[in-house]
Design a protein around this ligand. Structure first.
Ligand SMILES: *Cc1c(COP(=O)(O)O)cnc(C)c1O
Length: 368
């Protein structure tokens, strides 16, 4: 059995950590990509103290509404078509407006007075160069939207906030702060600001403005390159586990698995674990990647390295350091408290976000 256990209490704890970093600020909790692979239905109840949730697609927004989320839902890339814009109005969804077509839809189809779509997240390109108006465009868009009765939140997104020393951060912050002041002076004093994702929340505490937009740190993974999840007191919101389904001793000189990539230097006790890339465990991992075996007999935890190629349905681990008689069916933690998903991501040459998002449908999902 392979299992993904979601821990709502950890998410609530992590949200409180966000509030410690940003005590004066409203929180838009990012739940895009099925809440970073955790399952939006499992996560929303733990986010009751957030002021809103952020999603990337209209389908995700409608799902959050259907699940009963009755506060702000922000569509962070906005509507993709005028039909989506109309649906956003119908379901009280607030949208980013990042380019001229979206501006046209908003000016031609204005929402009724109490509709949440009257709040627009106006996207300013400060250096990420993906979405957003340039400086002149954002001023014109802000004026026209304000005249049409919209309330504005100026927003932008960091390209390098995980690295506090990166020079683009100061540039993006300055462009954003200057523009926010300009809009407050020339368009409306009520224009709000939203700058920081998780890394910005941690690294730029004096630039939180009205709304922060935490994602990865809610799920217990570190957003910055120089501090671990432990140091930031973030709890793992997901435990991904499987079981030992066979035990063997591999003789010195023998290889293991596809490509016989790992060769036993000495007789080695090994365990077969029922998980693979078909579940979302990364196929390409460094040799030192470990899992935690919890022996069903003595209930002790043992770190054990993965040896040989990760296959679709199984991996092999070295259980030399587990007492002789390792129990069949012992639980094996792929990531959770130890190792953290951050460590596995590093060993896989990627980031925690990707490992969390690309889990497959095969593991059984539980709440713990
Ligand atoms: C995904 C996203 C976030 C959250 O980013 P994290 O690094 O996960 O905190 C914030 N803002 C926008 C616009 C996003 O797309």
């Amino acid at each position: 059995m392979r299992t993904i256990t979601i821990k709502p209490a950890a998410i609530t704890h992590n949200l409180n950590q966000v509030k410690k970093f940003a005590p004066e600020t409203k929180v838009l909790a990012m739940v895009k990509a099925n809440a970073y692979g955790h399952g939006v239905a499992a996560v929303l109840p733990a986010l009751q103290q957030a002021n809103g949730v952020g999603v990337a697609t209209l389908i995700e927004a409608l799902e959050a509404r259907q699940l009963g989320w009755d506060k702000t839902i922000a569509l962070i890339e906005g509507a993709f078509t005028v039909d989506e814009w109309r649906q956003a109005i119908e379901h009280d969804i607030s949208c980013v407006i990042h380019h001229a077509p979206q501006l046209t839809w908003a000016l031609e189809h204005t929402p009724p007075v109490h509709c949440a779509t009257r709040v627009v997240w106006l996207k300013y390109n400060t250096g990420m160069n993906r979405l957003g108006f340039n400086a002149d465009g954002v001023i014109v868009a802000a004026q026209r939207l304000h005249e049409a009765g919209y309330q504005l939140i100026l927003t932008t997104h960091f390209a390098n906030a995980d690295d506090q020393t990166h020079p683009l951060n100061a540039m993006q912050i300055q462009r954003f702060n200057d523009m926010l002041s300009t809009l407050q002076e020339t368009v409306s004093a009520d224009v709000q600001g939203s700058l920081c994702n998780s890394a910005g929340i941690v690294n730029f505490p004096t630039h939180h403005h009205d709304w922060v937009r935490p994602g990865i740190m809610l799920y217990g993974s570190t957003p910055v390159i120089d501090q671990s999840a432990y140091e930031l007191d973030l709890q793992a919101a997901m435990e991904f586990s499987a079981q030992i389904i066979a035990l063997q001793t591999v003789n010195a000189g023998e290889g293991i698995g596809y490509g016989s990539r790992w060769l036993a230097q000495q007789d080695t006790r090994t365990a077969l674990v029922s998980v693979g890339y078909g579940d979302g465990y990364p196929r390409v991992i460094a040799d030192k990647t470990y899992v935690t075996v919890i022996d069903t007999i003595n209930h002790q935890s043992y770190p054990c390295t993965v040896i040989g190629r990760v296959a679709m349905d199984m991996i092999v681990i070295d259980v030399s350091n587990v007492p002789e008689g390792t129990a069949l069916n012992s639980k094996v933690i792929l990531w959770g408290n130890a190792p953290r998903v951050d460590e596995v991501a590093t060993h896989a040459g990627t980031i925690s976000y990707e490992l969390l998002c690309r889990l497959s449908l095969r593991p059984q999902r539980l709440q713990g």
